[in-house]
Design a protein around this ligand. Structure first.
Ligand SMILES: [Ca+2]
Ligand SMILES: [Ca+2]
Ligand SMILES: [Ca+2]
Ligand SMILES: [Ca+2]
Length: 478
């Protein structure tokens, strides 16, 4: 990062500190910004307690698939498990006509939670039209059964066109991924297991298994809650970024293992990032599990180069539960952030430490933002620079509050989802079942943002945001 840029980012902090004696500068500058306007509202006509959304492409047009339930989000971990109160529904929305095209109830065999039911939008037959994949339970009255099937639906009408049994291994954590191999053929991957054994099953367009791999607990890194598939090294076939390792989609073999001799744990955040020329430039990781006893010197956050060699690290202690990357200028330079979570050992009540920011060189930066909650990036005005959503407010990087977002509604997806509008939109749902798209009326088209939306990685991110926790931070690295 240039000295100029660092000065630019640091200046408002010092200015704010002088004026307000350490109080938050952003609060005093613009006490009550306007609400970010709603540009779409689609009523699903049923209550929603939690939902995720993913982009779907049909005949060149973009749609939004929502997976929703009037149930708390159920986690498979015994300390976090709660009773589901509803089954999942899938609804395909047309944001242009404000219509629900179809809704399908997945039934009580599938427990309503991100890990029980990833939903992937993926063009399995390469005809330019997405198909929808999820993992069904063959014994719907027995929700904990391991007799599972991978199911494909046609996006246009929600009708099932593919179903085959898959082998699962006593773990309710599922991931679905899609990519292309060296022949350009689509590969669909079902994965089972995060913290212990990790099983991968790769299928071709007909549902025939083309490889499988078990990664036992062999002292190598475990999975992350974010996964991504892309041709990172530019050799024509995709790689899977799986925890702190890169796996070939051609055969399931490791290409690179990060911090191989000293890391065998689970990393909450694993995010690839790209340089000014949109070339894969590295990976930002934030770790959950404790370091191995033999390696207390290891960092909790690591910035890797494209071959997963550590460039620099930060923090020696803590469960770094949240993290991400922002674009700080129209050229696409980046800032990295991390946030430690602490949980009471008895009540498990969570609290979050202040967000820490780092420049591309690893030096700490101070951004003038309120920092109680995880900041999330959105280029709401379309200039190719991230604004930051935190504390239900959208700030620019200087700490000016631009917009408020509704307190009562819940985040689903951020991205350039409306082809006709500049900038990135913010999609939320209300408890009474309304899906709302919010957009900046002053947004303008810019070359920087157009280039970003046109990048194939951007589209990949929008298609995997209903898998695991990809929804939260995925687009920051681009
Ligand atoms: Ca297709
Ligand atoms: Ca590749
Ligand atoms: Ca965690
Ligand atoms: Ca912006």
């Amino acid at each position: 990062m240039s000295t100029h840029l660092r000065t630019l980012l640091l200046l408002p902090v010092f200015a704010g500190a002088m004026l307000l004696h350490g109080a938050d500068a952003s609060e005093a500058k613009t006490p009550k910004p306007p609400m970010l306007p709603v540009v779409n509202e689609i009523d699903l006509k049923m209550p929603i307690q939690h939902a995720r959304a993913t982009g779907v492409t049909i005949q060149g047009k973009h749609f939004l698939l929502v997976r929703h339930a009037n149930s708390p989000r159920v986690d498979p971990a015994p300390d976090h498990f709660v009773y589901p109160t509803d089954s999942y529904k899938l609804s395909l929305l047309d944001l242009n006509s404000n219509k629900v095209l179809w809704t399908k109830d997945l039934g009580w065999g599938i427990i309503a939670g991100d890990w029980f039911c990833p939903v992937l939008s993926f063009d399995i037959d390469d005809d330019g039209e997405d198909e929808i994949f999820y993992i069904d339970n063959e014994l719907p009255k027995k929700p904990l059964s391991f007799r599972r099937s991978l199911v494909g639906l046609r996006a246009g009408d929600g009708k099932e066109f593919m179903r085959f049994q898959v082998k699962v291994e006593k773990d309710y954590r599922f991931i679905l991924m899609g990519g292309k191999d060296k022949k350009g053929e689509p590969v669909l991957i079902m994965q089972n297991g995060t913290y212990r054994d990790m099983n991968f099953f790769a299928y071709d367009r007909k549902g025939k298994m083309i490889w499988r791999r078990l990664i036992p607990q062999d002292g190598t890194p475990r999975a992350s809650h974010c996964t991504s598939v892309y041709d990172y090294n530019g050799d024509g076939s995709d790689e899977i970024l799986w925890g702190e390792r890169l796996i070939s989609i051609d055969n399931g073999k490791d290409l690179f293992l990060g911090n191989e001799d000293a890391w065998n744990g689970h990393s909450d955040i694993v995010m690839p990032y790209f340089d000014r020329n949109y070339k894969f430039s590295g990976v930002w990781t934030c770790r959950e599990s404790r370091p191995t006893k033999d390696h207390p010197e290891q960092f909790r956050c690591n910035n890797y180069d494209p071959k997963l060699r550590i460039r620099w690290g930060a923090l020696k202690e803590g469960h770094i539960d949240r993290g991400g990357i922002f674009r700080i200028n129209a050229e696409g330079d980046k800032v990295f952030w991390a946030q430690e979570m602490r949980a009471d050992p008895v009540t498990l009540k969570r609290s979050f430490m202040p967000t820490l920011f780092f420049g591309e060189d690893g030096k700490p930066l101070d951004l003038p933002l309120k920092r109680r909650f995880a900041p999330r990036g959105i280029d709401v005005n379309g200039d190719g620079i991230h604004e930051i959503i935190c504390d239900r407010t959208i700030y620019d990087l200087k700490g000016n509050a631009l917009y408020r977002v509704p307190v009562q509604d819940k985040w689903m997806i951020v991205g350039h989802l409306r082809d006709d509008l500049p900038g990135e939109q913010y999609v939320m749902h209300s408890a009474d079942g309304k899906i709302r798209v919010l957009a900046d009326p002053n947004a303008k088209w810019s070359e920087s943002a157009k280039k970003r939306y046109a990048h194939p990685y951007y589209d990949r991110c929008l298609h995997r945001s209903a898998v695991g926790y990809n929804f939260a931070y995925d687009l920051g690295g681009l």
